[in-house]
Design a binder for this molecule. Structure first.
Ligand code: UDP
Length: 329
């Protein structure tokens, strides 16, 4: 494992969980974040360099000052709906950030990067579960920015010899089991937080986006993976690159899908409270079903999600959304 790691977006949800895992594994963590969406108080395991990725001067200085050996790149705008309304902002931020980061790494001589990609790069998959060799045809600007970043990484690998791991997350969920950090998005648009907030009365009824999908209960199916499992996969990806095993693109999911109604039932079991719901029309850009084939990550990194029980994932998230610490573990 590289000892000194720059984590862009380390003040964010997945980034902060990854910082905790890195620190626990003995790495020195430096967070680089512009705090546009992240939270300074989630940076607890190393210094925070406050800067925008597109600010090459600050970025290069951070890489040099901390003698960084590898980068984990989370920093990006990540709301599908927002990206549809403001594509220029998404292209500017997500592609501009990646360009500046690759240039800075090249200038300083940092050769390894783990990148937050997304199952959104596949668009509507031709078959399920999704394997890494399937066509990547994203159906929204957010997904297109992530795919374009993967292309940049491949081209930079050829041109400059950098090595990368592109990790295509399915639905990140849950929170630190020890309660030190959690999921705090503003605005919150994600299913599990909104269902928990509906149960606690912190938010109004949960709007179910689409009850007429061709799935067993008519609602969308997603593959929810615990944020700590994602963090673990990033550590393994760093080890993989440090061992010289070469660039990879991998799905990170559990392989198991849960429908919106199944998530609601889990929230009701965990909190002991009903989730008021309103059935609404489909949300634009939502494929009916997205589940990962996790075999390649298992073969390449020896990684498999440890949290396979949806109730446990929901239980870890619950205290952040108006519920007493519910279930143990
Ligand atoms: N969803 C919903 N109501 C909400 C938020 C989400 O029905 O208030 C559905 C959404 O249509 C999708 C699933 O829950 O099928 C997961 O959505 P989320 O926004 O959490 O993650 P995404 O899959 O968009 O990354």
């Amino acid at each position: 494992m590289p000892r000194r790691v720059l984590v862009t977006g380390g003040a964010g949800y997945i980034g902060s969980h990854c910082c905790k895992a890195l620190a626990r594994a003995g790495a020195e963590v430096v967070v680089y974040d512009n705090l546009s969406r992240g939270h300074a108080d989630a940076v607890k395991w190393g210094p925070l360099v406050e800067g925008d990725l597109r600010d090459r001067v600050t970025l290069e200085a951070a890489l040099r000052a901390h003698r960084i050996e590898a980068v984990i790149h989370f920093a990006a705008l990540a709301y599908v709906g927002e990206s549809v309304g403001a594509p220029e902002t998404y292209y500017d931020n997500n592609l501009g950030g990646m360009i500046a980061l690759l240039e800075a790494m090249e200038a300083v001589g940092v050769g390894r990067i783990v990148f937050s990609s997304s199952c959104a790069t596949y668009g509507t998959p031709a078959q399920l579960p999704i394997t890494e060799d399937m066509v990547q045809a994203p159906i929204n600007p957010y997904g297109r920015t992530k795919l374009a970043c993967e292309w940049m990484l491949r081209d930079a690998a050829v041109a400059h010899g950098i090595e990368f791991a592109a990790l295509r997350y399915f639905n990140a969920a849950g929170a630190d089991p020890e309660g030190e950090i959690g999921e705090r998005h503003d605005p919150e648009t994600h299913l599990i937080p909104l269902a928990l907030m509906a149960a606690s009365g912190e938010a109004g009824p949960l709007r179910i986006f689409g009850t007429d999908y061709p799935t067993p209960d008519g609602t969308c199916i997603r593959d929810y993976i615990h944020v700590d499992d994602l963090a673990e996969a990033h550590l393994r990806a760093l080890d993989h690159l440090a061992a010289g095993r070469g660039s990879v693109a991998l799905n990170l999911g559990t392989g198991r899908g849960s429908s919106v109604r199944e998530v609601i039932a889990a929230v009701e079991r965990v909190t002991g409270r009903p989730v008021p719901v309103i059935a609404e029309a489909r949300r634009a850009g939502d494929p009916a079903e997205l589940t990962a084939d996790p075999s390649k990550a298992r073969e390449t990194l020896g990684f498999a999600a440890r949290y396979t029980d949806l109730d446990q994932i929901v239980a870890h998230a619950a205290p952040w959304f108006g519920h007493a610490r519910a279930l143990a573990g």
